[in-house]
Write a protein that binds this ligand. Sequence first.
Ligand SMILES: [Zn+2]
Length: 241
Amino acid sequence: MKYDIHCHLTNKEYSNPNTIITECEKNNISIILNGLDYEDNEKVLEFSKTYSNVHASLGMHPTNIFDSKIINQIIKNKDKIISIGEVGIDYKEGVDETQLINFRKIIQLAEKLSKPLIIHSRNAEKEVINELISIQVPAILHCFTGKKKLLKEALNNPNIYFSIPANIKYSQQFQDLVKEIQIEKLLCETDSPYLWKECMNTPLNVIYSYEKISQLKGISIPECEDLIEKTVKTVFKLSNI
Ligand SMILES: [Zn+2]
């Protein structure tokens, strides 16, 4: 089984998400849908209820308004979700202290509910890694683009994992990143519908993450699949999918 642990099939750009999910099922791909705000989280829950190969991760994008309504939504649905995300810090538009404060609240919530976190960081990799120093649950950095020194710090943290997007197919930066990280800390994603240049991105493209990782690690794709499945099951506490 392959896993796209970070995608947004709820995005309005998709006219046929159900077909994509069925196609994924045929190709043995499981999907973790990541919510970005309250309404999006509701859609994520709906899909996960309908399809056995879809799992729910509820979150709030750091540039969206922090809302206690979302915290309550996560708590209320804690038994229906396998992680919290997409959350994080995004300083693309400048430093915003409230994002840091909100991120701390989210970390506390994840620890209280014992759920892993799927984390977005943009121009704030240092801040994110600092906040994760003593985290008690798995923290997955999605599309990590931090500098070497920060990567070293992150690699020393036993609870930090890295999720590698399908566009590793084109990206030398992600290929170099994978070379530095042991396979036990790697997961795969597409961030659909984003990060793709050929056509509309979908979780079906997650195969490119697996292809490139297996190539770079000198192992077969089935071997790569097995190792990553083991990590998925450990991180998300999934006994069997
Ligand atoms: Zn995302």
